[in-house]
Design a protein around this ligand. Structure first.
Ligand code: ATR
Length: 288
């Protein structure tokens, strides 16, 4: 009789990956990738890698030299990773930040940004009928998350995207930089008129997150057919999403964006494009 293996351990050829950031203790990525590694029975490991910003460059090169397959990079190092990469994906260059680094066999660092991909894939999974080309979108916020979402929406063929940001100049800078006639800046706070023909409303600000002020928005002008989504996922149903739901709009929460943005890295490093399921959502949300 063959003995059942009591434990799954790493082998001498395990694939290694992780998430670099400072701090990194809040990151859900180790739990998320760890779930997929177990689910697919992969000989690999995904580690939290707390790296102070001044050590970032040295740590990145060391991880490559240690034989890692790749790393995710989180705040505040997403911009710092850009100049370290030998090659950038088109979307990483346009977004201006890298969240996924793959160490190629020849030692080169390949930088990508999968945040916009995660945003789109989440909406496609949760609202399969979504047609990004159908009507104008309103995007609240002009920070890093907004940049990723704007690039993704432009690539999906959105006909018009109105950006509203507390600091208007930041939104104007974005429009100037992206130089796409489909992008415009509208007032913050958003007037009901600016919402009257909108098919997608997205919050990319931190408003509504646990510990942050609430997001005040008058949704009176918004068609009830418009999809409302939030990148904030703590709480899962933000004030914005509750307000939208109460008036009959379809909503999609932000957790799926986090889960889907992890897929391309996992695929490259561990060889499987993993599935985002309800069980995974529950697992990532459950206390350790
Ligand atoms: P991220 O990379 O997560 O997008 P960020 O670049 O700091 O983070 O951007 C945060 C976004 O939330 C910005 O659009 C910011 O507006 P400003 O550009 O005016 O700072 C927005 N934000 C944060 N706190 C806010 C608040 N109290 N009221 C309105 N907008 C806020």
């Amino acid at each position: 009789m063959t003995a059942r293996k009591p434990y799954r351990t790493l082998s001498g050829t395990s694939r290694l990956a992780g998430v670099m950031g400072w701090p990194v203790s809040h990151s859900k990525s180790p739990r998320l990738h760890g779930y997929w590694l177990a689910k697919y029975g992969i000989d690999g490991s995904y580690m939290p890698l707390p790296v102070e910003p001044e050590n970032f460059q040295a740590a990145l090169i060391s991880l490559r030299n240690l034989g890692f397959s790749g790393v995710n990079v989180t705040i505040p190092q997403k911009e710092m990773a850009m100049p370290e990469c030998d090659e950038l994906s088109d979307r990483a260059r346009r977004i201006g930040a890298v969240n996924t680094v793959t160490f190629a066999k020849d030692g080169r660092l390949l930088g990508d940004n999968t945040d916009g991909f995660g945003f789109i894939e989440n909406l496609r999974q949760e609202a399969p009928d979504i047609d990004f080309t159908f009507g104008p979108a309103v995007v609240l916020g002009a920070g890093g998350a907004s940049r990723a979402i704007l690039v993704a929406l432009l690539d999906e063929g959105s006909p018009e995207i109105r950006i509203a940001n507390r600091t208007r100049a930041r939104a104007e800078d974005l429009v100037r930089e992206f130089n796409d006639p489909r992008l415009t800046v509208i007032d913050w706070p958003v007037s009901p008129d600016a919402l009257s023909d909108v098919s997608l409303l997205v919050n990319t600000t931190s408003l509504g997150m646990v510990g942050q002020p609430k997001l005040d928005i008058d949704m009176d002008g918004l068609p009830t057919s418009a999809l409302v989504t939030d990148i904030v996922y703590a709480p899962l149903i933000t004030g914005l999403l509750q307000q939208a739901k109460d008036r009959g709009n379809p909503i999609v929460d932000g957790l799926g964006m986090l889960l889907h943005q992890a897929r391309p890295g996992f695929h490259r490093w561990f060889g499987i494009d993993p599935e985002v399921t309800q069980e995974l959502r529950d697992f990532v949300l459950s206390p350790d």
